[in-house]
Design a protein around this ligand. Structure first.
Ligand code: UFG
Length: 343
């Protein structure tokens, strides 16, 4: 059934792919985004990909007055809340910025939803809420704990949403993403990190495209088959479809779901698959472990499969091929070389 979905942070990496999936499924997304970590060019790309130019309002979700105007004008049925800061390292350096921004936006959004009688919400959470864990696969009942301010805001917001849902009438899904990678198969939208990428895939793709010299593999002495860290990489198109499934299966209360593939790949596995996609070896060196990294993290995806009827289907190869298509078509992202910070 078609509905109007407010998408906060809808021009960001995961938000933009979800907007495309929403349009293709016949929904009407209304995007709000302050463009602090995204580009207006994404809106044009979404329009040419889908043939539909979604309504877009440039605003900070924490600006309650601006949000009220959107709700008053757009007849919102449900909300997918992506907007927020997401860089682990930056959150350690500027914790207050993370608490103010991520809590501020969510408090404003929830207050407005309450006032407007809109009670259906899908929240962009993260597997970071599990802290550093030794037990895999990780199911949704695993112990929770934040190990940095970014994680603390995700965990804190999950708690906030549970409290709100316990008052009755709300239908909330908490989606705990594992490691989103890849891009729309057209290569028209993709991940466009500001500054030096923190994450493996964007970093190694920037090496492949010539923007950075070599990848540093953070540790090859973990207790894993090849000694490098194992993660559960999920194609961003699968992740986008997971949001649609969550929206379709919302039910009374607040429920958490892992979104991953349920399988792990090591850093060297990813390097090999990415090198194949790129067509040449991607240079790398072995470097010391990165503080706070676990050896092996992958999801138990049983709950999403049984309750949301959702399973990720795209392979590591497709993730690398699609990410590379985006990266090679946009070596410097949406901004171009002149405005992008270099090495
Ligand atoms: N890695 C490298 N070199 C790099 C970057 C990463 O070897 O330059 C390794 C890491 O050590 C790790 C793997 O690649 O073994 C994946 O690292 P990412 O930084 O891509 O992803 P993480 O699993 O560390 O982090 C992700 C999200 C975070 C989230 C965290 C926990 O990006 O937002 O999962 O859920 F907090």
């Amino acid at each position: 059934m078609s509905s109007t979905v407010l998408v906060t942070g809808g021009l960001g990496y995961i938000g933009s792919h979800t907007v495309v999936a929403l349009i293709e499924a016949g929904h009407r997304p209304v995007i709000v985004d302050d463009l602090s970590n995204s580009s207006i060019a994404v809106l044009d790309a979404i329009a040419s990909l889908t043939g539909t130019r979604p309504t877009f309002c440039q605003l900070d979700v924490a600006d309650r007055g601006a949000l009220t105007a959107v709700f008053d004008d757009e007849n919102i049925d449900s909300v997918i809340h992506f907007a927020g800061l997401k860089a682990v390292g930056e959150s350690v350096e500027h914790p207050l910025r993370y608490y103010v921004t991520n809590y501020g936006a969510t408090l404003s959004l929830l207050s407005e939803m309450m006032a407007q009688g809109v009670h259906d919400l899908v929240f962009s959470s993260s597997a970071t809420v599990y802290g550093v864990t030794e037990t895999v696969p990780i199911d949704e009942d695993a112990p929770l704990g934040a190990i940095n301010p970014y994680g603390a805001t995700k965990l804190g917001i999950e708690g906030m949403l549970e409290d709100v849902a316990s008052t009755g009438g709300w239908r909330i899904a908490l989606l705990r993403y594992f490691n989103p990678v890849g891009a729309h198969p057209s290569g028209a939208i993709g991940e466009d990190p500001a500054g030096i990428p923190n994450n493996l895939m964007p970093y190694l793709m920037q090496v492949a495209v010539g923007r950075r010299e070599q990848l540093m593999v953070f540790g090859d002495d973990y207790d894993t088959p090849d000694g490098t860290g194992i993660r559960d990489y999920i194609h961003v198109m699968d992740l986008a479809e997971g949001h649609l499934a969550a929206l379709d299966h919302l039910r009374e209360g607040c429920r958490a779901f892992n979104l991953g593939t349920g399988a792990g790949a090591s850093v060297l596995d990813v390097l090999a698959a990415a090198s194949l996609a790129v067509g040449e070896a991607i240079p790398y060196v072995i470097a010391p472990r990165r503080a706070g990294d676990a050896a092996c993290v992958y999801a138990d995806v049983t709950r999403a499969r049984s309750e949301l009827d959702f399973s990720a289907t795209r392979t590591l190869e497709e993730m690398c091929v699609d990410h590379w298509r985006w990266q090679s078509l946009h070596p410097y992202g949406f901004a171009g070389p002149d405005t992008v910070e270099s090495l």
